[in-house]
Structure formats: structure tokens, C-alpha cells
Design a protein around this ligand. Structure first.
Ligand code: SF4
Length: 331
């Protein structure tokens, strides 16, 4: 079964591989690493133009390592999950200091921000090492191939062992990318296109007649809700911005100043409110007018606000206030 899976999958990949800017005839570990970090919890469509901008600005890991933190964080703005950007900076500097990426999966795992998946992906794709690469797409394909009737989070060890079993000694990088492509384009979470799938003859979920029933979805938990206040401090067409502390949520990013986020809604009159979803909680952020600047920061002209590197939450907060203002002037 495994040999058939591999040969059918690789042939399908040869004919139908997605054309992605980080895929090249001779993969560059810097580009593989950067793309994998960007793709963690962000879609290919969002990452593609951002990746192009990143590598145009910093074509090598040494160039990235030499850039200022604030420049990199601003370029990252809008991609979310900002701990990734801080790890990216730390990792680039460590790799540049040691003269390049290590080829060995275990050594790759010692770099800042590189978990099991990313280390395996770089080892396989950039260096052709046999490594077991399991991302969400691969896990779904395997859960269906072998009809694993448990949520992926509970079946991690079993799924990993199965991927290990079917990963070939040669062309492990192509195999990993072929599995990822299959999960992204054919064995989709909803409405899998089994009619176009090269693995259909091996797939037990397809044979069951209800492939989309695998893997079993995990039980939903409500995320807690929080409230926060951001201060709108404006003078002569410029807005007072601060940089958030390096540690913690949105660490090191440009932001509107404001108070702690907690359980109580603010009582002050608000200019606008934006709702935002983080991984572990949802937030209502109220934007409240204030007179005097607070904390260390800078005046950012409103007509260049898009260059401030604001993360999505604060960019939306600014847009909400400006939209309110336009409505008032139009009324
Ligand atoms: S046959 Fe269908 S369910 Fe099975 S791997 Fe292919 S697309 Fe996924």
C-alpha cells in the first residue's frame, strides 16, 4: 500500500504541484524557513504577496539578521501571531551567527521558534533529509486514508506514526509538499474532491462512503471575552502611538496607547468599538478620546498611518474612528 501511495502521489505532484514563490528547483533554506514560519496559521493567499515583499527587502538570512527589530515588525504587521515575528528575528540572528542553517532536524529544532513541524519541513524540503512532516493538511489526509475516528489533536501520535510509515527514503521533501498540496486542494476539510484524488484506491474513508466524516471534529469550547480601551490622542493631524512591551500579546508592535484588558466594559463615551478574535479569547476594544500623550511614543501623521506597522487590531481601530468621522462630516 505505501509504495503505491508514494508513487501515485509523486506522479500527481509532478503534474499538478502548486506554483508557489518559495518553491524552486534548488530550494533555499532561508526561503523555505521564512515561508513555513509565515504559513503557520496564515493562508497561502495572504502569505504569497507578503513573502515576495519580505525577500525583496531582505534577500538572505544575513540581510534579515542585520535589520532593525522595528523594521521587521512593521513589515510583519497584519500577518498576526506576532510571537512568530519575534522568533523570526531571533532565529535569523542565530542562523547568521553560525554561518547558515543546520541540515539536521534535531539541530534545526534548537533554533528559536522552530517546532517539530517546521524543523522537519526544512530538513526535508531544503536539505532532502528523510523527515516526518505533519501539518494540518497532512494530518487530515492521513486521518482519512486510515479512517481515524478521533479528533486530530487526540490522535497525533498515531497520525505521526502513519506518516512515518508512508514517508519514502528518497524525495521526502517532494513527498511532504505533495501531501500538503493534496490536503490544501483536493482532500479539503469540507467537500473533498475524491474524484480527482490519486490516493482514492488506498483511501478507507472514501471506501466508507463518508470521507468528510474524518477526522472527527473536536468539541467546541467557548472562548472567554475581554474588554479593552485604547486612547485616541490626536494633535495637528497626527496620532500618538506607542510600542507595546516586547513580552506578551502583540509584543513589540506599534499600537494605540491604552489600559489593561479585563472583564469590564469601559464606562467612558467611546469614539468607536472594534471586536477582534485572538486564539484564546475575543476582545471588544473601545477607542476613547484623550488630550495629552501618555508613555513613550511618537506622533504619526494620520495620512501616513498605513506605514506605522500597526497590527490588525489597531489598524481596524483607527479605521473605525476615521470612518465614524467621515460619516459625521457627510451627515
Ligand atoms: S480519496 Fe478523498 S478522502 Fe481519501 S485522501 Fe483522497 S480526497 Fe481525501
Amino acid at each position: 500500500m505505501s509504495a503505491n501511495i508514494v508513487s501515485r502521489l509523486l506522479e500527481h505532484y509532478r503534474l499538478h504541484a502548486r506554483r508557489l514563490p518559495w518553491r524552486e528547483a534548488a530550494p533555499d533554506p532561508y526561503r523555505v524557513w521564512l515561508s513555513e514560519v509565515m504559513l503557520q496559521q496564515t493562508t497561502v493567499a495572504t502569505v504569497t504577496p507578503r513573502f515576495a515583499r519580505f525577500v525583496e527587502r531582505w534577500p538572505t538570512v544575513e540581510a534579515l539578521a542585520g535589520a532593525a527589530d522595528a523594521e521587521i515588525l512593521a513589515e510583519w504587521a497584519g500577518l498576526g501571531y506576532y510571537a512568530r515575528a519575534r522568533n523570526l528575528i531571533a532565529c535569523a540572528r542565530e542562523v547568521a551567527a553560525r554561518g547558515g542553517f543546520p541540515e539536521d532536524e534535531a539541530e534545526l529544532r534548537e533554533l528559536p521558534g522552530l517546532g517539530a513541524y517546521t524543523a522537519a519541513a526544512i530538513a526535508a524540503i531544503a536539505f532532502g533529509r528523510r523527515a516526518v512532516v505533519v501539518d494540518t493538511n497532512v494530518a487530515r489526509v492521513v486521518a482519512r486514508l486510515f479512517s481515524i475516528a478521533r479528533p486530530v489533536a487526540e490522535a497525533k501520535a498515531e497520525i505521526r506514526a502513519l506518516v512515518e510509515r508512508i514517508t519514502p527514503k528518497e524525495r521526502a521533501g517532494d513527498f511532504a509538499q505533495a501531501m500538503m498540496d493534496l490536503g490544501a486542494t483536493i482532500c479539503r476539510s469540507k467537500a473533498p474532491r475524491c474524484g480527482e484524488c490519486p490516493l482514492r484506491p488506498d483511501c478507507t474513508a472514501f471506501a466508507s462512503g463518508t470521507p468528510e466524516a474524518y477526522p472527527v471534529p473536536k468539541a467546541k469550547r467557548d472562548r472567554p471575552h475581554r474588554f479593552g480601551t485604547a486612547w485616541w490622542i490626536e494633535r495637528d493631524g497626527a496620532l500618538w502611538l506607542v510600542r507595546r512591551p516586547d513580552k506578551g500579546l502583540l509584543g513589540g508592535m506599534a499600537a494605540l496607547p491604552g489600559g489593561e484588558w479585563g472583564d469590564a466594559a469601559p464606562m467612558e463615551p467611546v469614539l468607536a468599538t472594534v471586536a477582534h478574535g485572538f486564539t484564546h479569547f475575543t476582545l471588544d476594544l473601545a477607542i476613547v478620546a484623550r488630550g495629552e500623550p501618555v508613555g513613550e511614543g511618537w506622533w504619526q501623521p494620520l495620512d501616513t498611518i498605513s506605514e506605522a506597522g500597526l497590527p490588525t487590531l489597531f489598524r481596524r481601530a483607527v479605521e473605525a474612528v476615521l470612518a465614524q468621522r467621515r460619516m459625521l462630516f457627510a451627515a
